[in-house]
Design a protein around this ligand. Structure first.
Ligand code: PGA
Length: 255
């Protein structure tokens, strides 16, 4: 595992975008695993910028997203499909047919999970999976306690996740209670993983995930077993690791 230091959110975004960009340049038909949330926004802005400057070409890329709310269609501004359209896909030259998310309108859970798993396998698996991490160590919607063996599955959102997401919805009642998510098994099958982390609120969980016991109580901890993980984190997110394991960080400001 490589842990790369960045001064701040902007620098973290740029470094992570550089890694994604190298992947696309080295393999133009890469399958990119993408994430939503506030963390990747700066990465997507940077990729758009490089695309507009003519430095990146997405025409042969495929994307598969980690998760989607059940019950929201892609035209719903709260859906992750809408998020991806607004924050990345509409602003680059990716073929819309090559962009994939779980289908929030499919109410048959088993059918949708089977479809999404089969799709990922048909594409040949994920070349590079971009991840964020929740304050409780969740990855996608894999909350603490989720079995590591799962592929795409449907989860009931925990009360704390519903509360945390309520800020994006007009009322608490409108927050979906279920979501489709790639499971930790599917995520671990990606050839490379890029974990982007920003902010002091993630410092403790980042240290616990990367250096603590590997346990379903901290879903991100299983990343310790993946052979090719790069973590790009800003100074605030690295606060605990900088103190406890300073020699594990590349690009440490002290050298
Ligand atoms: P965030 O979410 O990027 O909005 O902090 C990350 C996550 O919950 O996976």
């Amino acid at each position: 595992m490589k842990i790369l230091y960045a001064d701040n959110y902007q620098s973290m975004s740029r470094k992570a975008a550089n890694i994604l960009s190298a992947q696309i340049i080295l393999k133009s038909n890469s399958v990119l695993g993408l994430a939503t949330g506030s963390t990747p926004l700066g990465i997507y802005r940077q990729l758009i910028d490089w695309y507009q400057k003519g430095d990146l070409d997405f025409c042969a890329c495929h994307t598969v997203n980690l998760d989607e709310y059940v019950g929201l269609d892609p035209q719903n501004p709260q859906s992750y499909a809408w998020f991806m359209q607004s924050n990345l896909f509409r602003q680059i030259n990716i073929d819309p047919a090559n962009t994939h998310l779980p289908d929030g309108t499919q109410m048959d859970e088993m059918l949708e999970c089977q479809r999404y798993n089969a799709l990922i396998h048909r594409l040949g698996g994920v070349d590079l999976q971009l991840l964020g991490i929740g304050r409780n160590g969740h990855i996608g919607f894999n909350e603490p306690g989720t079995a590591f063996e799962k592929e795409t599955h449907c989860v009931r959102l925990t009360e704390s996740t519903i509360q945390a997401n309520a800020r994006f919805f007009p009322s608490l009642e409108q927050v979906p209670t279920r979501a489709y998510t790639m499971g930790m098994k599917a995520i671990m099958q990606a050839r490379k993983i890029l974990l982007a982390v920003s902010g002091a609120a993630k410092a403790d969980i980042l240290e616990a995930s990367l250096f603590g016991p590997i346990t379903p109580q901290v879903p991100a901890s299983i990343l310790q077993l993946h052979p090719d993980v790069t973590v790009v984190a800003d100074q605030e997110a690295l606060a605990v690791i900088l103190h406890a394991h300073p020699d594990q960080i590349a690009g440490n400001p002290s050298c």
